[in-house]
Design a protein around this ligand. Structure first.
Ligand SMILES: *[C@@H]1O[C@H](CO)[C@@H](O)[C@H](O)[C@H]1NC(C)=O
Ligand SMILES: *[C@@H]1O[C@H](CO)[C@@H](O)[C@H](O)[C@H]1NC(C)=O
Ligand SMILES: *[C@@H]1O[C@H](CO)[C@@H](O)[C@H](O)[C@H]1NC(C)=O
Ligand SMILES: *[C@@H]1O[C@H](CO)[C@@H](O)[C@H](O)[C@H]1NC(C)=O
Ligand SMILES: *[C@@H]1O[C@H](CO)[C@@H](O)[C@H](O)[C@H]1NC(C)=O
Ligand SMILES: *[C@@H]1O[C@H](CO)[C@@H](O)[C@H](O)[C@H]1NC(C)=O
Ligand SMILES: *[C@@H]1O[C@H](CO)[C@@H](O)[C@H](O)[C@H]1NC(C)=O
Ligand SMILES: *[C@@H]1O[C@H](CO)[C@@H](O)[C@H](O)[C@H]1NC(C)=O
Length: 601
């Protein structure tokens, strides 16, 4: 009974639908047949929609004879090469003109004069190289101009002079190399400018200056390696800046975004290796930040805290290894974190100041270790929205491949536990060493996750991986050229999310007595610097050679004076040093010259 009534109702609906279709068909026929609407052959004209469709009709010139009442004119996919002056003069009520996909190389001055009501003009995918100043004259109501995919090299002064109502320009994929400083003059109402794939060598800062009302600016595929200071300094009303696919962009200079007061910022598919903290700092009204597809490795703690109103942070497909504790600290309105497709091992609750405000978390496609550090994700009062891509455990053997949604509350903490750090080999260490030597203090620990090891000096200063006293990658502490003041009790601290452990290691550096210093001197010659060794040898050789020369001279003189039997009271003695090294180094103090006079008694 019920079924048959339903059938009856359905057939009733069909009947009515049939009537409506018939009526529409009849009225359509009546309109197209009977209304005398001038329509250039072989175009299609529709007097109801007031549309003239001349698309794909092999026109080589714009046809004549359009209905003056026409609102939409479609001339796409023809072979038009030029638009001559006042071509569309009579179409005062035209709202939209589409001349895309033709072979246009030229537009004459005043080509569109008379199109008083035109709102949208599309000239995409043509071969325009230049737009003469005055080409757009008379387009008083124009709001959208699409000149994408042409071959425009230069935007000349006053190109857009008369387009006071223009709200949006798309200049995608052009060969643009230069924007002259007054190219955009007169565009006081422009809201949106999209520039794609051009050969500009710098941001046309001065050229953008007249666009004081601009709200959205996008630059795609530019070949710049740095964004220089004050690039957008005149665009104080800009709300959205989108920079994508600048494959060689490596640096945003510190003041590159100065003058802007943005709400949305995207710098994606570029080559940034760091979050550009310095250039972001003043953007206190920023709500949405997207740095996706950049080779960024770390988000540092406390460094975004000036972005008070930020709600969304996206860094998808980067190379993030770590999001530091306190990375999003101070961001009270933080709602969406999208870091899927990175190399993150974990994400600690301590990264946020108010984890309660977080609503959406995309952490999928990361090699996550499911341990106590991620338990907060499952333990939240209000469940997090994973945007249909829940995180997946990757590193624990047992739960590898488990999605976070696979764990029921009763299973918890279950695998999401940590094993606190434990230092291995806890024997008390007392290390003694003589001054000048290098010593290693060992410390290794186990735990899950693997603990990190740090060392404190006897003065409780944290040591780092550089310096004379440094922490090696395997946790050992190296003290090179130990000095007496290095003595004291060092502390090794092993810490992980499960807990900390520490041991004390005492180091005594012996200063040495005089004799041991000499012994050490000999021992050390191997490791001592080259100059010291040379100096010691040179001194020895110099002293020996000096005395031996003098002695030989004495003997020689004695024999000579004996043989001659004469007595001379003075004698001048010259001698040659044995080696040049001895005079330059060792003999310096003793022998200023190699000649002296003596008196014989
Ligand atoms: C205009 O004509 C082209 C070619 O005949 C056709 O593909 C297109 O759908 C038409 N457009 C409209 C809005 O009727
Ligand atoms: C713009 O750059 C592209 C790619 O680098 C190049 O092929 C093209 O010739 C350049 N155009 C001009 C006008 O320099
Ligand atoms: C990106 O930057 C790295 C160095 O930071 C460089 O080695 C690499 O070639 C750059 N990539 C491109 C596409 O320029
Ligand atoms: C850009 O501005 C930053 C921050 O004031 C400054 O450190 C840097 O030297 C400037 N760069 C240039 C090229 O002037
Ligand atoms: C910055 O923009 C916000 C709205 O996004 C506005 O309330 C604020 O007044 C602007 N600040 C300045 C200095 O223009
Ligand atoms: C996160 O980023 C991906 C990739 O860009 C995007 O598809 C997704 O919609 C984003 N999710 C949220 C919640 O914004
Ligand atoms: C740590 O590394 C250093 C040098 O790389 C090595 O000498 C030392 O023995 C290592 N420590 C341990 C505990 O293996
Ligand atoms: C463990 O050590 C870290 C520093 O490495 C410290 O921040 C943390 O508070 C310590 N935790 C405990 C439970 O002592």
């Amino acid at each position: 009974m019920k079924a048959s009534r339903q059938m009856f109702e359905e057939s009733g609906v069909q009947w009515w639908l049939g009537l409506v279709v018939l009526y529409l068909w009849v009225s359509g026929v009546v309109y197209t047949k009977d209304t005398p609407w001038p329509c250039p052959q072989p175009c299609q004209c529709n007097s109801r929609t007031l549309e003239t469709n001349c698309s794909d009709r092999q026109f080589e010139a714009v046809p004549d004879g359009f209905e003056p009442d026409c609102r939409l004119l479609n001339l796409t996919h023809n072979h038009l090469k030029t638009l001559v002056s006042q071509q569309f003069k009579g179409l005062t009520r035209l709202l939209e003109l589409d001349v895309s996909d033709n072979l246009l190389v030229m537009m004459e001055v005043e080509a569109f004069l008379g199109l008083r009501s035109l709102r949208a003009l599309r000239l995409a995918r043509n071969r325009l190289r230049v737009i003469p100043a005055g080409a757009f004259k008379g387009l008083l109501q124009l709001q959208l101009l699409d000149i994408r995919d042409n071959q425009i090299l230069v935007l000349l002064d006053s190109t857009f002079q008369d387009l006071a109502a223009l709200r949006r320009i798309d200049t995608g994929r052009s060969d643009l190399v230069f924007v002259s400083p007054h190219a955009f003059a007169g565009l006081t109402n422009l809201q949106e400018l999209n520039v794609d794939r051009c050969n500009l060598t710098a941001i046309p800062t001065e050229g953008l200056r007249p666009l004081s009302g601009l709200a959205t600016l996008s630059f795609h595929r530019l070949g710049l390696t740095r964004l220089t200071n004050y690039s957008f300094q005149w665009l104080g009303n800009l709300k959205t800046l989108v920079i994508t696919h600048w494959s060689v962009l490596e640096t945003l200079e510190g003041n590159s975004l100065s003058g802007l007061n943005l709400t949305f910022l995207t710098v994606s598919n570029c080559n940034l290796s760091n979050v550009p903290y310095a250039s972001l700092r003043h953007l206190v009204y920023l709500v949405h930040l997207d740095l996706s597809y950049n080779p960024i490795r770390y988000v540092r703690g406390n460094s975004l805290r000036d972005l008070l109103r930020i709600q969304e942070f996206h860094l998808v497909g980067g190379q993030l290894l770590r999001i530091d504790p306190r990375a999003f600290h101070g961001l009270a309105q933080f709602k969406v974190l999208n870091v899927s497709g990175n190399l993150l091992n974990t994400l600690e609750e301590g990264a946020f100041s108010l984890v309660g405000s977080l609503g959406v978390l995309r952490l999928d496609d990361n090699p996550l270790a499911c341990d106590c550090r991620l338990l907060w994700v499952l333990r939240r009062g209000v469940p997090l929205d994973f945007d249909r891509k829940p995180p997946v455990c990757a590193t624990s053997a047992q739960f590898n491949g488990w999605s976070f949604l696979d764990f029921a509350p009763v299973d918890l903490p279950g695998p999401f536990t940590c094993r606190r750090s434990r230092i291995l080999n806890r024997r008390a260490q007392h290390v003694q060493i003589a001054e000048g030597y290098t010593v290693l203090l060992h410390c290794s620990a186990e735990g899950d996750p693997m603990p990190s090891i740090s060392w404190l000096t006897p003065q409780r200063v944290l040591l780092t991986a550089i310096g004379r006293r440094r922490v090696l990658a395997n946790g050992s502490l190296e003290v090179r050229y130990a000095q007496a003041r290095d003595s004291g009790v060092y502390v090794c601290l092993a810490s992980n999310a499960g807990g900390n452990d520490s041991i004390r290691v005492s180091l005594v550096v012996r200063g040495f007595s005089h004799s041991s210093r000499n012994a050490l001197l000999l021992n050390r010659t191997q490791s001592l610097p080259f100059e010291f060794k040379t100096l010691a040898v040179a001194v020895t050789i110099g002293v020996i050679s000096f005395f031996s020369s003098v002695t030989i001279c004495y003997i020689f003189m004695f024999l000579w004076s004996k043989g001659k039997g004469q007595i001379k009271h003075t004698a001048t003695i010259e001698y040659m040093p044995r080696s040049s090294a001895s005079t330059t180094n060792g003999g310096k103090g003793h022998m200023e010259s190699s000649r002296f006079t003596m008196k014989l008694i």
